[in-house]
Design a protein around this ligand. Structure first.
Ligand code: FE
Length: 389
């Protein structure tokens, strides 16, 4: 795909949210957020005040749950149709941003069904009613700059990554004051999600010179700042907020790979946070994919100064680096250690592997994979063993 799409404007830095006072020429802003955190920390009020300064009438839609459902999307779209906004502003973690993007589609196209848009790049033309602004509170999903929205079908426990450049936001606001309020465990999980985005994008089949530059810078900055950010270093938190966005710009265009295919399916089945699933899976996915793109992993390792001379040594160092990071962030390295019982795993692993093959992220993985090998990779991740095939 010879196309590279990003939001038109990115405001960033401390107090970047105040830039929205310059949002002129609009009338009504519909604000989508999650649970209580943006209210409690005062950022929701600040957003409302800034939008009012810009002359906009506002309405808040809150309570978007983690891993938003199809039902949530349709409920929000209905509320949008009642209010008729010309600006949609999502503030919070990946879940409210993703939910708001999907609500936006059904606000503009009430007659569409979820099935109509669940295949990648099948969305109708948006921006006939509203533009989209995203203000992330966590540093990982990068939904504020991506063409993706992950929505869960709870009737089948499958997460659908909706994908289309139509849902790439118009404006992203990376206010580095907001992630300072992020709890430690979220910092760890979302940070490892961001690292997985950048590494998967760097080897993905749809990668380009544009995405490579962003991915390698993201990997380097995440490697250099994630642990300090986890330990509360204010400057490192700010760096991570920008680095995860660079990773998002890369993977929105280069797409991802099977760490995400498996993370989508295992996360929904075992109720383990998305970033934690990626942190578990990434070392094994690097090992599996290295048969197809070892030189690319070696380039990453070399770029961040890991040890080794041959491509194999450098790739091994990259795998070790990810495992070391997990250790420093308090993330256990296997599904088993994360509380998934052997009985539960065996009951669902085959189905997870089959569904992961069908996930849109599998199509851009650098090495082809069938259900049998997917199950082998997953099984290694369950027990925390090396992939050697
Ligand atoms: Fe992700």
């Amino acid at each position: 795909m010879a196309r590279f799409t990003l939001p038109r404007d990115i405001y960033y830095g401390p107090n970047a949210i105040s830039e929205l006072k310059n949002l002129k020429g609009y009338k009504k802003a519909f604000i989508v957020t999650g649970g209580q955190s943006m209210k409690r920390t005062g950022f929701l009020k600040k957003l409302e005040d800034v939008l009012k300064d810009a002359g906009l009438e506002t309405r808040i839609y809150d309570g978007v749950e983690p891993d938003p459902s199809i039902e949530r999307v349709f409920d929000g779209a209905k509320a949008m149709r009642e209010f008729q906004p010309d600006v949609i502003v999502a503030i919070g973690g990946g879940s409210p941003m993703d939910a708001a993007k999907a609500m936006w589609v059904f606000y503009e196209y009430p007659d569409k069904t979820f099935d109509d848009i669940k295949n990648p790049f099948t969305m109708p033309k948006l921006r006939t009613k509203a533009i989209f602004v995203a203000v992330p509170s966590t540093s990982g999903t990068a939904s504020e700059v991506t063409a993706f929205s992950v929505i869960t079908d709870y009737s089948t426990n499958i997460k659908y990554p909706l994908a289309d450049f139509e849902i790439t936001p118009d404006i992203a606001v990376l206010d580095t004051d907001i992630p300072l309020t992020m709890p430690k465990v979220l910092t760890a999980h979302t940070g490892m999600d961001a690292l997985t985005h950048a590494i998967e994008a760097y080897v993905a089949s749809a990668r380009s010179d544009f995405s490579d530059a962003l991915a390698i810078k993201a990997i380097s900055d995440i490697y250099g700042n994630l642990v300090a950010s986890y330990n509360g270093d204010v400057e490192a938190r700010g760096k991570m907020h920008i680095a995860q966005c660079l990773a998002g710009m890369a993977f929105s265009n280069a797409l991802l790979g099977i760490a995400h295919s498996l993370a989508h399916k295992t996360g929904a089945m075992f109720h383990i946070p998305h970033g934690c699933c990626n942190a578990i899976l990434l070392p094994n996915v690097i090992q599996y994919n290295s048969k197809a793109c070892m030189a690319r992993y070696a380039e990453i390792a070399r770029a961040i100064g890991l040890s080794g001379v041959t491509d194999q040594q450098l790739t091994n160092s990259l795998v070790e680096m990810v495992r070391e990071l997990n250790k420093k962030l308090g993330i256990k390295q296997s599904y088993k250690e994360n509380g998934v019982s052997e009985e539960d795993f065996k009951a669902h692993s085959k189905e997870i592997a089959e569904n992961a093959v069908l996930d849109p992220c599998t199509g851009s993985n650098p090495r082809a994979i069938d259900a049998e090998n997917m199950l082998k990779v997953l099984t290694c991740a369950y027990y925390g063993e090396d992939v050697a095939f």
